[in-house]
Write a protein that binds this ligand. Sequence first.
Ligand code: UD1
Ligand code: CA
Length: 458
Amino acid sequence: MDSQNLNIVILAAGAGTRMHSQTPKVLHELSGKPILQHVIETALKSNPARLIIVYGHGGELVKSTINNICPHVDIIWVKQEEQLGTGHALKEALPNITANGKTLILYGDAPLISPHTLDVMAKQHNNNIIILTAILQDPYGYGRIIRDTHQHISMIVEEKDATSIQKEIREVNSGVYIFPNQMLPEWLNSISNNNAQNEYYLTDVIKIAHTEGVEIQSVTAHHEYEIFGINNKTQLESLERICNHINVGVLLEKGVTIKDKSRVEIRGDVTMGQDCVIDVNCVFEGRVIIGNNVIINAGCILKNVTIKDNVNIKPYSVIEGAVIEDNCQIGPFARIRPETVLQADAHIGNFVEVKKSMVGANSKINHLTYIGDSQIGAHVNVGAGSVTCNYDGTNKHQTIIEDDAFIGSGTMMVAPVTIGTGAIIGAGSVITKNAPADELTLTRARQTTIIGWKKKQR
Ligand code: UD1
Ligand code: CA
């Protein structure tokens, strides 16, 4: 979009009472992130000179949450103390709008507007007014577009003010417009709240502009859903379904095999290479980058992970904040936690939890084990039921297991501790001191048999 002197105002002061929630409406999550964040991200693609968000009473949480999520985005926050209508909301933003240029209006609760549509609108703008409209099967609740005998838009009538004939009109106002800045102050100062809702309607600007002979053009949204707003949990759910449908569609288009598109959740940013397969009931969140030939079996949850090539993730594994290199095998029922790196050909088996650890190439940790705050070398084998005891109740400590070490089953490694290269630890040991390289170390009470013990009891 031509960003010269483009101001974008996001109206987000609405109370959102119909969500029946303590959380402000625009902070509810859609496809893994706050509703408002979707709008901001789309707005930024237009490269605005200014991004203004009008927020309302109790909206401090909106401001702080968004500033936390997008710390590098320059946002001008304007507080609308009382929600007196969309026209009033934009008027509150006026002092921050540049004298020249144009202003695009977006809604904080209508997150699926596409950058493409905004681009089309901007290209059509030429000191006139551009309105994004849609033809809806069911126009109920929306402002209707009224056209004169020359088919020029002459005004917008709100549902509550419309006559029964006007209510038949299926062309509706999305609430997304581009206005020429120079005229905005005069227009916004001349609207009144003399209507069914006693609100200052931004839509009244259209009538005024038309009377003044300003050209008003419409752009039709490519997809109906682009103009859908979220006012309640039913609408939130249906937009969630739309987002998922779009995201799954993108992956299918790119050649990912998806067993059942209605049983996979793609939230956030997911990219996948060639010949990947996703089985049912998998959830992807955040930023997920996957290479080629990766199989993700049923019931896996992947959040903010990078996975290289030829990886097999077996059913019901949960992986978050990790890097998984080529040819790794994970699961079933594995949990890989943040700051973990699995180097090539590592195997993590069932009921194994790995946290903040590096697992070297070709190492195997196959059964019932906890590895935390550890550095594990290459070709290490950790036997079933072993634990890195990383926490002393106050602090976390490191366990280092060097290349080729063999940890017998049921070993407790009390950190900080180092197991040397090629060391062998006997099963059932509690290792509290460093174990030297290439030697067998074990701690084990001697096995005793008390002969005749049973007889004496009788
Ligand atoms: C508005 C339009 C209507 C359009 C519909 C599309 C007006 C008068 N009507 O109606 O023509 O079809 O959107 O969804 O503009 N807001 C504020 N401050 C306020 C009032 C609203 O910031 O004082 C914000 C809300 O948070 C919301 C947006 O403006 O994001 C729209 O407000 P809402 O009350 O939902 O407008 P509608 O009645 O749906
Ligand atoms: Ca609305």
